[in-house]
Design a binder for this molecule. Structure first.
Ligand code: H15
Length: 258
């Protein structure tokens, strides 16, 4: 199957061209396939997830997990947003040009390398969580579409942020390097699809974007469990609410990105 990059920036017209291979292609393929296979399984009735927060269509769950006193709680959230496509949601999540407009948990974000049109490497410094040492992260960020069998459906979209190392981002004490495996997966539902001859004539009000967000974060060293859990409980719902509202506001008057 030939994979293509669907866009280059927020402003350019989408292009369809093959993505050249690079040093992380195999790892990215493996991690993306894992997310697509496991994250969309509806396992909320299985007792493994504890509801952390709910607000309208948004539900944020966690699983308490500690290793040697370090909090590793896996997080999984679902949301449903009207008037936007999965392509739009993933694009705004991935694009470094707009990151600081919606991110509320960072001191800085630095792009280190563009591996290809769909994969960037970042070094980000997270806001300090008192009384723990400040954390930074170095990760590749990959975006792609996942085509549906039915041609009347819009593609699914996924962004994966996965920790890596990079020569331009050595760990500088007292900063602690945190590790993460994060995915945002979006599926677009079209209401009254049969009323429209083609996808390009569907109005925004008939779009519903189903969002699944999963995050496994390892703080990379000791941090007080109660403080960390309080931060997660506050920040993940805040992020999902603020980010999705941001995408709705930004796209409202723009042509639909299918
Ligand atoms: O997903 C979110 N943001 C993206 C884009 O900035 C980055 C994120 C990521 C996190 C960690 C490592 C790699 C990538 O995917 C939104 C996240 C919002 C909620 C953040 C909650 C706190 C995360 C703390 C990181 C380490 C701090 C340990 C003390």
């Amino acid at each position: 199957e030939r994979r293509v990059a669907a866009f280059e920036s927020l402003t350019k017209i989408p292009e369809l061209k093959p993505v050249p291979r690079h040093r992380l292609s195999d790892e990215i393929e493996k991690i993306v396939q894992e997310h697509l296979k496991f994250d969309l399984v509806d396992d909320f009735n299985s007792n493994i997830w504890e509801l952390l927060a709910a607000d309208g269509e948004m539900k944020v769950y966690r699983r308490e997990l500690e290793e040697n006193g370090i909090v590793l709680d896996p997080l999984k959230a679902v949301h449903s947003v009207k008037g936007v496509t999965g392509h739009e949601v993933c694009k705004y999540f991935w694009d470094p040009a707009v990151r600081m407009e919606w991110e509320g948990t960072l001191d800085s974000s630095r792009m280190l390398e563009a591996l290809s049109d769909d994969t960037l490497i970042f070094n980000q410094v997270h806001k300090r969580v008192w009384p723990a040492a400040q954390r930074d992260t170095c990760f590749w960020s990959h975006i792609r579409s996942v085509s549906k069998e039915n041609k009347n459906d819009l593609d699914d979209w996924i962004v994966v942020n996965y920790s890596t190392t990079h020569d331009s981002a050595p760990i500088k004490e007292p900063m602690i390097r945190a590790w993460a495996n994060v995915a945002l997966i979006c599926s677009t539902i079209i209401l009254n699809r049969d009323k429209y001859a083609d996808l390009s004539s569907v109005p925004r009000e008939n779009l519903v974007c189903k969002i699944t967000y999963v995050a496994q974060v390892n703080p990379g060293g000791w941090a007080p469990a109660n403080v960390l859990r309080a931060v997660y409980k506050r920040e993940y719902p805040k992020f999902l609410k603020r980010f999705t509202q941001y995408v709705m506001d930004k796209t409202k008057k723009l042509p639909i990105l299918l």
